[in-house]
Design a protein around this ligand. Structure first.
Ligand code: PMT
Length: 414
């Protein structure tokens, strides 16, 4: 079975007879591990009841653009941001025409304009409509703009005629959806990622920590796996399940993380340091719980080793990507870290922004490398992770091809 583990999919259902198959599609997408939210057009509701989709998806179905309840719970903009991908199945000729023209006259069409997630359509219509010059022109335009067109298949049609225009079967659509997440950009690469916070013990019950949830690092691990890499994830204490096919090493303190990273690094091609590592730790860890006494307590802190800088300073370092969590002068501080730590790339996080950075489902990054930069606008952490992994893959490959022949990369030996 194809994997869509933890993928957030908006299923748009439009008004065609194939809408009855979309009910099964919701089940199949969920069986493959996806979380599904359904958006129906009014015409779709004439074919299948919204309650069916609510029961199968486990969530309220979204129908109207101007719906006070919906806006209070999850507005069209939030839905657009939430999605890792949008699949419209069935996609009628009318919906395809609306999307091609950029109309925003119902919730589904508006979502398509508002989302940065990949858009996929599974056309379903009478074969003459499918071959009509208008539909052909719309399909061409959509393809040129990067919309994925799944099908249609040929065969007997609901109207009694035979020809091209049948919606693909639910399992075929699940297969196609799984493929859009598999880029292959890091095929054959060994990637080490750090994630989450480190906790620095003060005494047996207290520690110094930070707000990192691990979500960004875990999303990167999943994106790297989908890009074909072998991934080892060194994680501080977080409440997240291990993504499929990933080797996970749990650590607590910066010292533990450094030890695990240094053990793992020798055969790695790429190192992504997403963890929020404590810069300082208590000089002394008390063996007994510190008792409440005077009005103030002083704890002496000493500097932790810089794990990332240590890896980048190795004789034969991997391609090193850092993160920079900043509250001011984002670009300046990130670029300073890029140079000071001798990195190939750094992703700067403005952690003062609401709904971004620490513990949020969303993020926005400004990525820098020597001589260039790129802004990754606010999106879910899994979308940001996929974009960043593609960028890393592109720069990693460019660097490899620039290397002299005797500077062989470990990945080339495997
Ligand atoms: O975990 P989430 O809730 O999803 O939040 C994600 C995040 C905000 C934690 C993440 O996107 C992020 O920005 N991580 C880096 C946070 C950080 O520690 O930044 P920094 O500027 O202090 O460190 C710069 C770089 O050096 C980082 O790559 C860090 O991993 C590394 N570092 C820092 C200190 C240290 N002693 N050793 C290190 O390796």
């Amino acid at each position: 079975m194809s994997s869509l583990t933890n993928k957030r999919i908006i299923l748009g259902v439009t008004g065609g007879i194939a809408a009855y198959k979309s009910a099964d599609l919701v089940r199949r997408l969920r069986e493959a591990g996806a979380e599904v939210r359904v958006v129906m057009t009014r015409a779709a509701c004439e074919f299948v009841g919204a309650l069916t989709f609510q029961a199968l998806s486990g969530h309220k179905v979204h129908i109207d653009l101007l719906d006070a309840d919906s806006e209070a719970a999850m507005s069209h903009i939030e839905l657009a941001r939430w999605a890792d991908a949008v699949l419209i199945a069935p996609a009628t000729a009318n919906t395809l025409a609306k999307i091609a023209q950029g109309l925003a006259n119902d919730l589904l069409a508006t979502l398509c304009l508002a989302t940065r997630a990949p858009l996929c359509v599974a056309p379903a219509m009478n074969h003459v409509m499918w071959m009509d010059a208008n539909t052909r022109a719309n399909i061409l335009l959509l393809r040129q703009r990067g919309v994925r067109i799944f099908g249609p298949a040929s065969g007997a049609q609901a109207c009694g005629e035979t020809g091209e225009g049948r919606m693909l079967e639910p399992l075929q659509l699940v297969e196609q959806m799984a493929q859009i997440f598999q880029s292959g950009a890091l095929q054959g690469c060994n990637v080490l990622i750090t994630a989450g916070p480190t906790l620095e013990a003060i005494d047996p019950v207290r520690f110094i920590g930070n707000r990192s949830s691990g979500k960004m690092g875990f999303a990167l691990a999943t994106a790297a796996i989908e890009a074909g890499a072998q991934v080892t994830l060194v994680s501080g204490p977080v409440a997240l399940a291990t993504p499929d096919r990933i080797t996970r090493i749990d650590v607590e303190s910066a010292a533990d993380m450094q030890q695990a990273v240094m053990q793992q690094i020798p055969d790695k091609d790429i190192f992504i340091a997403c963890a929020a590592v404590a810069d300082y730790r208590p000089a002394q860890v008390q063996t007994q719980k510190i008792k409440k006494s005077g009005s103030a307590l002083k704890i002496e802190l000493v500097k932790n080793p810089d794990i990332l800088a240590g890896v980048a300073a190795l004789d034969s370092p991997p391609f090193c990507v850092g993160f920079a969590a900043e509250t001011e002068h984002l670009a300046q501080h990130a670029q300073q870290k890029l140079v000071a730590k001798k990195l190939q790339m750094i992703a700067a996080n403005d952690v003062t922004k609401q709904d971004s950075g620490f513990n949020s489902e969303y993020n926005a990054l400004h990525v820098f490398w020597p001589g260039g930069d790129m802004q990754l606008e606010t999106a879910s952490k899994s979308q940001i992770a996929r974009q960043l992994v593609l960028l890393i893959a592109q720069h990693y490959k460019e660097r490899r091809t620039q290397k002299k022949p005797h500077e062989k990369n470990p990945a080339e030996n495997s």
